[in-house]
Structure formats: structure tokens, C-alpha cells
Design a protein around this ligand. Structure first.
Ligand SMILES: [Fe+2]
Length: 272
């Protein structure tokens, strides 16, 4: 695919996406949807997202959107509101209320949000959490550690309720895996446009995203050309230093992202 002259996408070897569908055996992919949809009723997914603007990872054109960001909401709470917010954490006693400036809350911050706090931020302050069904089949730890396999394993829930999905992930051409995440969006929701890292920071992270139904429309936002470039298929890789988001749609949809290190054979196949 040729890119517009004004493109600011970093891409991978000159391509916005690497279409992995021709390189992987996806014969059973569609049938995983049956297991995944039943499995999701048996577990308790979290929310994720909701703080991309306060993390400074959105392009200016999308950062102007009106959806409430929990980093901004928490910073603006007065002390009484902050007491209520902290009371809903999993360990309220761990927070010194007289020293609130020393804490940061949420994704990639020092203190994770509890499920109750996420719900409260949504109900009371209208915070928009784009991914309302977030399940770590293999918890990846901090974002920078997501490809590192040390201390990582599939969860008990993953083994119990998603065994065929786990087997499919294990069949992918990775030398090692450090993180497996299911990212689902409710009907009408969109995934806020953001990037996962600074594109100047070295080589693209190696990962596979697969979407059993093919219905999740992830796109790259080409800020220079001011246009969206949509994912090509049900399995792909892209440079997550490029801005990306998910188009709103009338129905629930999801994908699974697997981070790790490709086998050298596979890397040779996909890299030019
Ligand atoms: Fe992302």
C-alpha cells in the first residue's frame, strides 16, 4: 500500500500494517469466538483506557475530544471528593490522605484503580473507559515488560475457560510470550486514538493482534496526512508507536494482542 506524501506514519519496513493472515494457520480462528464469548461470561473483565489524554499519548486533533479522562478528574477532586474516591480502593488504608500529591493512580501509575473506583469514576464523573471488557489471559506486568516471559503464565481462568484460545496463542510463531490481552469494546464505543510508545524509541515492539470475527475495526491515524488507515485482515502487526484507535460500531467486538519475541524464521518472513 503506497502512503500519502505527507504521511507521518512510522510503519514497519515502509508498511502501515503487516498483514499476517497469509503467514499464519487461521483455519480454526473463527471457531474460537464460540469459546471466547462463553468464557467471557465466566470471568470478571476489567475496564482499561480512560486516561490517554492525561498520559500525553493522544495526537492534538483527538485530544480535543470532550470525553472525560480520569487522570484529569482525579487531579481536580477536592479533598472531600478524594476521600470518597480512596474509600473505594482495594486497600484504602494504604493511602495517606494528608499526602495525596505523592500518589498517582491508574494504568501504568503507582496505584492501580480498583474495579469499584473505575465504576465510580464512570458513574459520578462521566469518565469514558473505551475498553469495557479487558481480560489479561497472561498478565504482562508493566507495559515495558510485556514481551518479557520471566514470571509470566496463563491465568487459571485462561486455562479453564479459554483452553482452545490458549492453544492457538501457543501455536503462534513466538520464541517467547510475555503478555496476552483481550481488548473488547461495547456497542457504540470507540477506542481513543493514542500511541503506545514514542516511535523514536528503537525497533517496533513485536506482537500479533488477532480478531476471530474480523469485526473490530482498528485503524492507524496518519497525523500528517490526516487520515485513517484500517487494519487489513483478522491478524496483523503494526508499529504501536503510530497513533491508533478503534472505530465505533453498533455491536460488541474484541481482539486479542499477544506480545513477545518472534521466532527468527517468522521475523525473516515478515521483515523486509
Ligand atoms: Fe494501544
Amino acid at each position: 500500500m503506497s502512503r500519502p506524501a505527507k504521511s507521518t506514519l512510522s510503519g514497519i519496513d515502509g508498511r502501515p500494517f503487516v498483514d499476517l493472515e497469509p503467514l499464519l494457520d487461521l483455519g480454526d480462528l473463527e471457531s474460537l469466538d464460540d469459546e471466547i464469548c462463553v468464557g467471557l461470561t465466566q470471568v470478571t473483565p476489567e475496564y482499561t483506557g480512560g486516561c490517554h489524554r492525561s498520559m500525553g499519548i493522544m495526537p492534538p486533533v483527538f485530544a480535543r475530544e470532550p470525553w472525560a479522562d480520569y487522570g484529569e478528574v482525579i487531579a481536580a477532586m477536592d479533598d472531600d471528593a478524594f476521600v470518597v474516591f480512596v474509600s473505594l480502593s482495594d486497600d484504602p488504608g494504604a493511602i495517606d490522605l494528608s499526602n495525596r500529591e505523592s500518589y498517582t493512580f491508574g494504568e501504568e501509575r503507582a496505584v492501580p484503580l480498583s474495579r469499584r473506583q473505575m465504576k465510580y469514576l464512570e458513574y459520578k464523573y462521566g469518565v469514558y473507559f473505551p475498553w469495557k471488557v479487558y481480560l489479561e489471559l497472561m498478565p504482562g506486568g508493566r507495559w515495558v515488560d510485556k514481551a518479557d516471559p520471566r514470571g509470566k503464565a496463563f491465568t487459571r481462568d485462561a486455562m479453564l475457560y479459554f483452553p482452545r484460545t490458549v492453544a492457538f496463542v501457543q501455536s503462534l510463531p513466538f520464541e517467547q510470550i510475555g503478555s496476552v490481552k483481550l481488548l473488547g469494546l461495547s456497542s457504540n464505543d470507540h477506542g481513543t486514538v493514542h500511541r503506545d510508545r514514542d516511535p523514536a524509541e528503537g525497533e517496533p515492539d513485536e506482537f500479533v493482534t488477532f480478531c476471530p470475527t474480523g469485526e473490530k475495526r482498528l485503524f492507524l491515524w496518519d497525523d500528517g496526512a490526516a487520515e485513517k488507515v484500517f487494519a487489513p485482515s483478522r491478524a496483523y502487526w503494526f508499529n504501536d508507536g503510530d497513533y491508533h484507535g478503534v472505530e465505533a460500531a453498533p455491536a460488541f467486538r474484541y481482539s486479542i494482542r499477544v506480545d513477545g519475541r518472534f521466532t527468527s524464521d517468522f521475523r525473516a518472513k515478515v521483515r523486509r
